[in-house]
Design a protein around this ligand. Structure first.
Ligand SMILES: [Zn+2]
Length: 162
C-alpha cells in the first residue's frame, strides 16, 4: 500500500514537472532592430524637404558648392563622415561634386525608373543626391552629386585644434 502511494506520488510529481516546463513563447518584439534616432539633428523644413522627402535644392545655391577648404563633409542629420575635400571637384553642374565617398558611408540605390542612382547616408538613410558614372570628369569617372543641405562641413583646422 505504501509502495503504491509512493509510486503514485512520484508519478504525480513527474507529470506535474513535465506540465510545468516553461513553454517557449515567441517574442519577436525584442529582436526587432530599431534605428536609434536620439542623436539625429532636428531638420529645418528646407533640410527635411531634401533629406526626408528626397527633394533637390536649387542648382547653384548650395552653401558648400564652392567650398574649397580642406576638411570633411558629414551627414547633416546623423553626423557620419561622408566625403572628404580631397575628392571634391568643380563639375559646374550646380551642386557639390565628389568623385569618391568615404568607404562604406554612402549607399547607392537605383531609382525605380532605372535612370539614375540615388545616394543615401548608409547610417541614417538621409537622401544625399545622385551618383553618375561614365562622364569622364575625373580619373575615377564618377560624380557624386550632393545637395549642400544634406551635409555639414568640418574644416580640417578645427579637427586638429581639438
Ligand atoms: Zn546620416
Amino acid at each position: 500500500m505504501n509502495t503504491r502511494l509512493i509510486i503514485l506520488t512520484l508519478l504525480t510529481f513527474t507529470l506535474k514537472g513535465c506540465s510545468q516546463q516553461p513553454s517557449k513563447t515567441m517574442d519577436n518584439t525584442k529582436n526587432q532592430t530599431q534605428t536609434d534616432t536620439s542623436h539625429w539633428r532636428k531638420l529645418t523644413p528646407e533640410e527635411a524637404y531634401v533629406i526626408v522627402n528626397k527633394g533637390t535644392e536649387r542648382p547653384g545655391t548650395g552653401k558648400l558648392l564652392y567650398n574649397n577648404v580642406q576638411g570633411i563633409y558629414t551627414c547633416r542629420r546623423c553626423g557620419t563622415p561622408l566625403f572628404t575635400s580631397h575628392d571634391k571637384f568643380q563639375s559646374e553642374c550646380g551642386w557639390p561634386s565628389f568623385d569618391d565617398a568615404i568607404a562604406g558611408a554612402v549607399l547607392q540605390i537605383p531609382d525605380a525608373d532605372g535612370e539614375r542612382t540615388e545616394i543615401e547616408c548608409a547610417r541614417c538613410h538621409a537622401h544625399l543626391g545622385h551618383v553618375f558614372t561614365g562622364e569622364h570628369m575625373t580619373s575615377k569617372n564618377t560624380r557624386y552629386c550632393v545637395n549642400s543641405v544634406s551635409m555639414d562641413f568640418i574644416p580640417a583646422d578645427s579637427v586638429k585644434a581639438k
